[in-house]
Each structure stands twice: as C-alpha cells, then as structure tokens.
Write a protein that binds this ligand. Structure first.
Ligand SMILES: Nc1ncnc2c1ncn2[C@@H]1O[C@H](COP(=O)(O)OP(=O)(O)OP(=O)(O)O)[C@@H](O)[C@H]1O
Ligand SMILES: [Mg+2]
Length: 354
C-alpha cells in the first residue's frame, strides 16, 4: 500500500478562501469608499493576509474534521484495522479507507466461495456415507429378520444366513474404519511409526496373501524381474503395506481375465525409490482421473461390474503417501490398463540393490 502515492487536496480550502476573501475585500472597499478614502496598499495587504489566514484555518479544520469522522468509522467497523489509519493527509485516509474496504470485500468473497465449495463437499460426503452404509445395513437386517422369524429349520441355511449377516457387518466395519483412518490422517492425528524395512519382502508377503484372490480372477502377480535383492526403505511399514494391498486389490478387481499385475522398483532420484504397480485391466477414462482419489469416488464401470468396494481405498492410499511427504502418480488409459506409482525414501545403504 505504501507504494501508492496520494496527492493532498487543497481545492476545497482554496475555493472557499477565494469566496470569503473576495466578499471581505468588497466589503472593505465599500466601507473605505463611504467613510474614508480607498487605500489600495492597505486593501491588498489585507486581502493577502486574510487569504493566507483563512486558507490555513480552513485547510486545517477540514482535515481534522474528516480525519475524526474516518477514525470513527474505523472504530465502529471492527473489520478495519485502526492502526492503518495514521495522521496522514486527508485524501490518503480516504483512499486508505477505500483500499481497506475493497480488500476486505474481495477477501470475504474468496472466503464465501471456498465455504460454498466446502459446504457442497460436506453435503455430498454425508450423502455418500449414508448411501454406502445403507446397503450392508439392510443386508444384515434382512438376514437377521428372516432368522428371527424362525421358519428356517435347515441348520446349514441358518448358518449361511448368519455368515452373510456377518460379512455385511464386516463390510460396515471396513467402511467405518476406513473413514476413521482418513479422518485421522486428515487431522494429522494418526502418528506414523517410521522404521526401516525391506520393501521387496513386503511385496512378497502381499503377493502370497492375495494369491488366492488373484487366482479367482485369473490374474498373475509378479515382479518385472526374476530376483530382487532386499531394498531398504524408510516409512510406516504397516501403512505402506495397506497402500500396496489396496493398489494390488484394485488391479485384481479391475483386471481382465488372464491379466498380469506387475511390480517394478526403480530409482526415482538418488534417495527415492519409485514403486510402480502396473496392470493390463479395464483402465480408467480420462474424465475420472482428477476425482479418482476422492472419498467414495468410483467409476461407472466399476459400479456396473458390481465388484464391491466403497471407493475409500484410493483415498486412504493418497492420504498415507502424503503423510509420508511422498507423491503418488497415476497413468491410465481406458481398455489398456493402469499404472499407479509412488515414491519412498530409500535407507542410505552402501550396497545399492537396484
Ligand atoms: N487398477 C485399476 N483399474 C481400473 N480402475 C481402477 C483401478 N483402481 C481403481 N480404479 C477405479 O477407481 C475407483 C476407486 O478406487 P478405490 O480403490 O478408491 O475404490 P474401490 O476399489 O471401488 O473400493 P474400496 O477400495 O474402498 O474397496 C474404483 O471404483 C475403480 O472404478
Ligand atoms: Mg479399492
């Protein structure tokens, strides 16, 4: 603001002084004319002195007057910072006031816009939560009511219904704990437990764990090369495992028959590892990419495929990676496949295993 130059205004005082001086000089001339004789030197001296005196008094009074009024406005309107108002030329104060009011207005406008966006997001979010909870809740309720009616004599069917009710409850727990995790990660409440671990071994374990699921979908899980030596990275082992499980589960769920999910580990920078998980599955349309990591976001094709899932997986992935101060990248083309990749800190190790 100090860069703006303001000019002090004298117009009001000058104009008023000219009017008052002219009138006084005229009166003086008339008085001299009738009672004495006209003395020009005296009249000019009077005019000059009168003009100067008048001008200074007027200018000063006007400045004080306006300054007090503006000060009052600043005091009453708590949004304006009174310290900004210093005893400056009047025009400056006026412009300062206008500048402050304009700044305030534009800041408020931005704030209101972002509140509107947030409100919209909140409404959508609550809608999504209740929608996602409804399906498993009704499933559980349905099976329990049927069992309570007591008409089913066959023990094996009763057991089957109980198991279905149980898997509904499990799904509810999944959603709630997923949401809980996201909320905690967003609020920075979830402390990461950093340690050094071998990422190759983590992948090996997850491959073993998900092998059955992958087989069901005729998908093979593999590294890009036959053998990786241990690669030590720094991070929260459990959470990074969660990330990898979510990504590999997705590659299975949204994979094609006889497809492959391939994992590649390579240097991103000297101290960063890039973990790439590539599939040759259904791929993702470009229009979904900007929103894919949002909570509950699912593409239409995954909805119609009915492969379950609530759309929390990728949101959790992104939050965990960002809590590590790392980055996640996504490349995908519809019908061809997808690649999710993220960075990790490599433990400084003299033996470079990559
Ligand atoms: N590898 C992939 N190939 C194709 N589409 C994918 C892939 N990964 C994710 N998607 C799309 O992104 C959406 C969001 O994925 P996300 O993991 O967040 O949710 P989800 O798998 O549907 O449910 P959840 O992981 O919570 O069980 C999916 O519904 C799917 O449409
Ligand atoms: Mg998922």
């Amino acid at each position: 603001m100090s860069t703006v130059k303001y000019k002090k205004s004298y117009t009001f005082a000058i104009k008023s002084t000219i009017v008052v001086t002219s009138f006084s000089v005229l009166l003086l001339l008339l008085l001299q004319y009738y009672f004495f004789e006209i003395n020009f030197l005296f009249t000019v001296t009077f005019a000059l002195l009168f003009f100067a005196f008048n001008f200074f008094i007027l200018q000063y009074r006007v400045e004080r007057f306006i300054y007090r009024r503006i000060q009052k406005i600043y005091k009453n309107v708590s949004i304006l910072d009174e310290t900004v108002l210093r005893n400056q030329p009047i025009t400056t104060n006026m412009k300062t006031l206008m500048y402050e009011v304009n700044k305030f207005a534009s800041e408020k406008k931005i704030e209101i816009e972002s509140l509107k966006v947030r409100e919209e997001y909140r409404r959508e979010f609550i809608g999504n939560v209740s929608h996602e909870l409804k399906t498993p809740l009704f499933t559980v309720q349905g099976y329990i009511s049927t069992l309570l009616e007591g008409n089913i004599k066959d023990k094996s069917i009763r057991k089957k219904y109980l198991q279905r009710a149980e898997s509904g409850v499990e799904r509810l727990i999944d959603i709630v704990s997923g949401l809980d995790m996201i909320t905690k990660l967003e609020a920075h409440e979830l402390q990461l437990e950093f340690s050094t671990f071998d990422i190759v071994a983590v992948f090996q374990n997850i491959f073993d764990m998900l092998e059955l699921k992958a087989d069901e979908h005729d998908i093979s899980l593999m590294f890009d090369k036959d053998h990786y030596r241990p690669i030590y990275v720094i991070g929260d082992k459990e959470k990074i495992s969660r990330v990898i499980i979510n990504l590999i589960e997705n590659s299975i769920k949204y994979g094609k028959k006889n497809g492959t999910t391939e994992v590649r580990l390579e240097h991103f920078t000297k101290n960063k590892l890039l973990v790439r998980i590539t599939d040759d599955g259904i791929g993702i349309d470009k229009k979904h990419l900007p929103r894919l990591f949002e909570r509950f976001y699912r593409t239409d094709s995954s909805r119609t495929r009915d492969v379950g899932g609530s759309g929390l997986g990728l949101s959790i992935v992104k939050h965990i990676i960002e809590a590590h101060n790392e980055h996640i990248y996504l490349e995908s083309s519809l019908g061809v496949g997808s690649e999710f990749s993220f960075t990790l800190q490599i433990e400084k190790n003299p033996a470079d295993n990559l």
